[in-house]
Write a protein that binds this ligand. Structure first.
Ligand SMILES: Cc1cc2nc3c(=O)[nH]c(=O)nc-3n(C[C@H](O)[C@H](O)[C@H](O)COP(=O)(O)OP(=O)(O)OC[C@H]3O[C@@H](n4cnc5c(N)ncnc54)[C@H](O)[C@@H]3O)c2cc1C
Length: 392
């Protein structure tokens, strides 16, 4: 595949750079706080770029896969999020395009686009993670609504979410997948309880959500009753395609090279010139290039009307492996300066020593460990590849 940019693509890249510089004039940099988030969202909405991967018919800019690729590279390198709108934008919207009724599309998509409504994902349950089809949260039809009882766990951001897209059991078919139904549930409904799960780093991201006779109008069912597994699988392929982390790893590699060029190596020169370190980093970069090609190929197929399918498992598996290796390199670079960050969870203030990048990068290393579990563990991705790609 020819990756050199055409004149039009270079013009597009410069437009993207122009938008970034106009929204956050240097030396100001995006810091992730709400005021910056709003400013970035408004700039994207004004430009018609807020939903970069959506089809034009639903308000997307109609970019080619290469334009999306350029967009993610440029925006990530500037420290900005390539997409706003969280799980609604990247995960639920493609499902509503494919399975939503025109009423559901008209009701939910504008709020996702303008980031007015936050969504969370209610799939996992205490006894149903990798084996998702064994989920037990029950939805019983009663008049014009379902009555939902059960429990979800590891629900990221449920404490801030307005709505949840969730999987429920509507019948006990011998084939467990056949009895599952996909519902959109208003988190303010009576009977919803959200309890925090505090993770080892002291943060509150996860939650346990219980449903006690929660009523969900039938009009909030996506797809037919019993079709939830097909809908859920479609959603997961979009989630996993978004977990290739190519832009993030590319940016990590660039910054890693800058850091390693400053540090003393063990062969008399800089760390970047050490044979072992340089070879391992080069190898990771080569694998990253191959991953980027696979991502582009997948995005081209999706743009041509296809679905990501089992390829999304390859992207997620390899993408997770590479991003984790990049963060491991940073820990290696930080050496003893990685150590002061370990006690943070126990409330001991970190010491202000070592290079400025050490603290955020070592924190990213720990965060990155979860990538091989979230969205389906590595083992589960390998099972899918074995079955659907290798035919084993
Ligand atoms: C950061 C993060 C965010 C998350 N956010 C959400 C969310 O918002 N919503 C949501 O619904 N869920 C969320 N999850 C949950 C996630 O989907 C599950 O943790 C994941 O599917 C694994 O399920 P489990 O934790 O029950 O582990 P288990 O399924 O119990 O697996 C335990 C171990 O056994 C292995 N294993 C299991 N089955 C097999 C098999 N058949 N073959 C080989 N090995 C196997 C697994 O790979 C794993 O190593 C999140 C998880 C993380 C880490």
């Amino acid at each position: 595949m020819d990756l050199s940019l055409t004149a039009d693509e270079i013009r597009f890249r410069d437009e993207v750079r122009g938008l970034i510089a106009a929204t956050f004039p240097p030396p100001e940099r995006y810091d992730g706080r709400p005021a910056h988030e709003r400013r970035w969202l408004q700039a994207l909405l004004d430009r018609g770029w807020a939903a970069n991967r959506w089809p034009e018919a639903f308000g997307g800019p109609g970019w080619t896969p290469t334009q999306n690729f350029i967009w993610e590279r440029e925006v990530t390198a500037a420290g900005l999020p390539p997409q706003v709108g969280g799980m609604g934008m990247g995960m639920l919207a493609p499902i509503l395009f494919a399975y939503g009724t025109p009423e559901q599309q008209a009701r939910f998509l504008p709020d996702i686009l303008h980031d007015r409504v936050r969504w969370c994902q209610g799939y996992s349950e205490p006894e149903a993670g990798s084996d998702l089809a064994s989920l037990r949260t029950r939805a019983v039809l009663d008049g014009d609504s379902y009555v939902v009882d059960g429990e979800k766990v590891w629900t990221s951001g449920a404490h801030r979410a307005d709505w949840m897209f969730c999987l429920t059991r509507t019948s006990d078919e011998p084939v467990r997948q056949a009895g599952i139904t996909f519902l959109l549930l208003d988190m303010r409904s009576q009977g919803v309880t959200v309890r925090p799960i505090i993770s080892i780093d002291g943060r509150h991201m996860f939650n346990r959500v219980t449903f006690d006779a929660v009523r969900v109008p039938v009009e909030n069912r996506v797809g037919r009753e019993g079709e939830g597994w097909t809908v859920a699988k479609g959603l997961l392929t979009h989630e996993r395609t978004g977990q290739a982390y190519v832009s993030l790893s590319t940016d990590l590699s660039r910054r890693l090279r800058l850091a390693a060029a400053e540090l003393a190596g063990s062969e008399g020169g800089r760390l970047l010139e050490d044979t072992g370190f340089g070879r391992r980093l080069a190898w990771a970069d080569i694998e990253l290039q191959a991953l980027a090609m696979t991502e582009l190929r997948t995005l081209s197929e999706v743009a041509a009307g296809g679905a990501p399918g089992a390829q999304s498992s390859t992207l997620k598996l390899k993408g997770t492996d590479i991003v984790q290796r990049m963060t491991e390199f940073f820990v290696e670079c930080a050496g003893p300066y990685a150590a002061p960050w370990f006690p943070e969870a126990s409330g001991v203030a970190p010491l202000d020593v070592g290079p400025a990048w050490a603290r955020p990068e070592v924190a990213r290393y720990f965060e990155g460990r979860a990538a091989s579990i979230a969205g389906g563990s590595d083992e589960v991705q390998r099972n899918i590849i074995a079955k659907r790609v290798l035919g084993l």
